[in-house]
Design a protein around this ligand. Sequence first.
Ligand code: ADP
Ligand code: MG
Ligand code: MG
Length: 218
Amino acid sequence: STTLPEGVGRAFVTTLRETLLGAADALGDLDRRAGDGDFGTNVRTAMKLVAARLDTEEPTSYRGWLTALYMGWLGVGGTSGPLFGMFFRDIAKAAEADGGEGADENAVPSLAQFAEVIAAGQATVQKYGEAEVGDKTMIDALAPAVAALREAVGAGAAAGEALAAAEQAAVEAARATAETTARRGRASYVGDVAKGVIDPGAAAMALVIGAARAAVDG
Ligand code: ADP
Ligand code: MG
Ligand code: MG
């Protein structure tokens, strides 16, 4: 199937860092209105840990770049730290999905492999977080993105087209979380007060899918 461009891991992590740092204030504000207010700080801490790891490891492979990303998130508290950490740990496995033992660590994933590991990441987040679609969490943005990506892959779409469809699905679904009441996470404690507020984790997940789209567009 379609192979993603060389350097896609570096492009994805670099773009995502810039995007999340640029959005950290706004994401923190959403969490102040609908949760406990620490999401902006959690995002910044994660990105600082990612940068530190990039400095020491100087990764050259897809797997190396994605490892810095997931290790950074795993170092953060809150609910989002471990969930994004485990999510990106699954995404890091993409390039070896077909390779088995001794797979080339510099290998770049195919679009189909990328779609599979994102789906695996969704399953991991749901296994540990126990959120379903509609609970006003990152899953609300991720699930439709995974569905759109799989559908596009099944239809033989090019990588840029497939990820653009996934991004659009994630962005629309993240916006729609404003209409729902949280049943998971801290936002569930404030109930209807969070009505009208977009879930910050869902908004961040839409940025993640957008960074993947940008990385593939080159
Ligand atoms: P905390 O709620 O512990 O303060 P953060 O503020 O870091 O954690 O992250 C909040 C985000 O985490 C929420 O916006 C939501 O998208 C996501 N989240 C919270 N609980 C869950 C869960 N059980 N499953 C999936 N995502 C969740
Ligand atoms: Mg919070
Ligand atoms: Mg918290």
